[in-house]
Design a protein around this ligand. Structure first.
Ligand code: DC
Length: 225
């Protein structure tokens, strides 16, 4: 059976993480959360008091970082230098810093190399912002998953609340908008849809509906191979 490269791009909160996890599990593929890689760099930079303007120090940090994705059934972990950072990288303050880190060309260059290395043999779902346009423009399947900013903010709010965090709905929606603006307007690899991407608007679709649609596309593509 052919081992495809599947790209899932789109703005934050559209359901990319949940869907790439579910899709990769169904297919027995690896799942690469590229946002987690940018988040890991932001977390380590703050911990090591590296200025986000210091491109040289940031690219060195990327090169020295031992990043690992671990999956145990439904549970996925991100480890850096052996430490489980899955929860730490989801904190709202890390999210804001990550937008800045992701705008740094030296960081993008290093992570691009790592992502291409991780995905090159296929049998992989990669989720991010520039997978179908920059990381794997030759990916066999590209999905562009979106949803309205209000809906994405609401989902993020519920997610954070479920984790016991004290957050405000209006502020969470505002943060989603601010990150969208930063991710779409930056000079290097801004969020944009690949011309040959398949659009999915998840505003009124639930996870199972989107997953069923994605699996349909994958099976069609596999049958053509
Ligand atoms: O998907 P996420 O929310 O975990 O992404 C975190 C940040 O990283 C977000 O600001 C967008 C950025 N990012 C990126 O620029 N390119 C990627 N391939 C993935 C994420």
């Amino acid at each position: 059976m052919a081992k495809l490269i599947i790209a899932i791009d789109g703005p934050s909160g559209a359901g990319k993480s949940t869907l790439s996890k579910a899709l990769s599990t169904q297919l027995g593929y690896a799942n690469i959360d590229t946002g987690a890689m940018y988040r890991a760099v932001a977390l380590l930079a703050t911990r090591n008091q590296i200025s986000l303007d210091d491109a040289l120090a940031l690219s060195q940090l990327c090169r020295n970082m031992q990043l690992e994705f671990q999956r145990n059934g439904d549970n996925e972990k991100v480890l850096v230098n052996g430490e489980d950072i899955s929860a730490a990288i989801r904190m709202p303050e890390v999210s804001m810093l990550t937008s800045q880190v992701a705008a740094c060309p030296a960081v993008r260059e290093e992570l691009l190399r790592m992502q291409q290395q991780l995905g090159r043999v296929g049998g992989v779902v990669l989720e991010g912002r520039d997978i179908g346009t920059v990381v794997f423009p030759q990916a066999e399947i590209k999905f562009f998953l979106s949803a309205s900013a209000e809906e994405r903010g609401r989902r993020r709010y519920e997610e954070l609340r479920a984790k016991g965090m004290n957050v405000d709905l209006a502020q969470t929606i505002e943060e989603v908008r601010a990150r969208d603006a930063a991710d779409s307007s930056r000079e290097h690899a801004p969020l944009c849809r690949a011309e040959d991407a398949i659009d999915i608007d998840s505003t009124v679709l639930n996870i199972d509906q989107v997953l069923a649609f994605m699996l349909g596309v994958v099976n069609e593509r596999l049958a053509e191979k």
